[in-house]
Design a binder for this molecule. Sequence first.
Ligand SMILES: [Zn+2]
Length: 344
Amino acid sequence: MRATMMYGAGDVRIETVADARLIETTDALVRVTRAAICGSDLWPYKTMEHSETGRGMGHEAIGIVEAIGADVRSVKVGDVVIMPFAYSDGTCLFCRAALQTSCIHGGFFGNGQVDGAQADAVRVPQADGTLFVLPVGIDNALIPSLLTLADVMGTGHHAALAAKVGPGKIAAVVGDGAVGLCGVIAARRLGAERIILLGRHPDRIALAIKFGATDIVSERGDEAIERVRELTGGFGAHSVLECVGLDESERTAFSIARPGGAVGRVGVPQDETMPASRPVFYSNVTVGGGPAPTRAYIPELLPDVLAGRIEPGRVFDKVVSLEQVPDGYRAMNERAAIKVLIEF
Ligand SMILES: [Zn+2]
C-alpha cells in the first residue's frame, strides 16, 4: 500500500510500504477514503531532524472497516467510520471521564509508534473505543465536515469548553488556522454574544465572519492586546481560545482575558514555559485545555453537522490525491491553503 512518510524537515514522500494489518485482537483495519493534513503536521515539517526510517504521517481519517480482530464488538466489516486522532479503549477511568487523550491504553496516530492515516489503510488499535460508526454513506456530501470531527472541530470545541464560553459572553479566538476557525464555530454554537478573531489572512477572516466572528483584530503583540481591550470596554474577553501554541500567541491570549476569565489552550505549546504567569495570577484567570478528546465530542457535534447547522468542512480549501500530498504540505506551510483534504 501507499503511505505518506516524513524523513525530515520539508521532506515528505509517498512510498510503497508493507500493508497495514491486524496485530492485536482489539484492532480494526480501516481502508482510508478521506484523510487530511493538520496544522500540527507542520511542526515536524518545519523542524524534524533527518530520519533514516521516516515517520508515517496522518491522524485524521474517514474510511471503511475492512477487517476486525477477534475481540472487536462495536464495529463490523463494511462500517463507515471516523478515526479520531487519538486511539483509546473507551473503558478506563479517563475514558469514562471523557478524557480519551489520557487513556491508559491509548496513544496517538502518526507519531512514530502507530502508523499514520495519510495512507491507503491504517491499523486502528482499541477499535471499540476509538472508532465512531457514521450513519451516512462514504460519498455523502457532508463527509468533509464529518472528517473535521476527527480533530479540528472537536479541538475548537474543546478550546471553547476550556475557555468557558457561554451565552452572553465575549469570546476571543487567537489564531486563524483551521482550529481557530472551528473555535469560532464552537463559540457561536455555545452562545457567545461576541466573537473576536485575532488573525491576518483575508480569506481566513472572510470564513471566520461566515462562521460567526463579529470583530476582527489583525494587529499583533501589544497592539493586538490594546485593540481587544478597546473592543471590550477596557476589560478583555471572558473566554479566550488559544489555537496557535507560540510564545507570542499565548502571551496575547493570557493578556486579553478579563479578570476572572478563562483561556482554553489547544495550540500545541512550542515552549516549555508559559508566558504572562504574573498577569494571569493577578487577574484570577483560569488556564485550561490540552489535547482534545475529540472522540468524546463526536456524539454531541454530529447532529449539528448532519443537520447542516455547522459546516466545519468549509475549512478545507484544497483537495489533493495521496500522490499530491507533498504539494499539500507545501501549500499549508506557505499558508496558500487553510487545510488540505486528501481524497483516495
Ligand atoms: Zn481509556
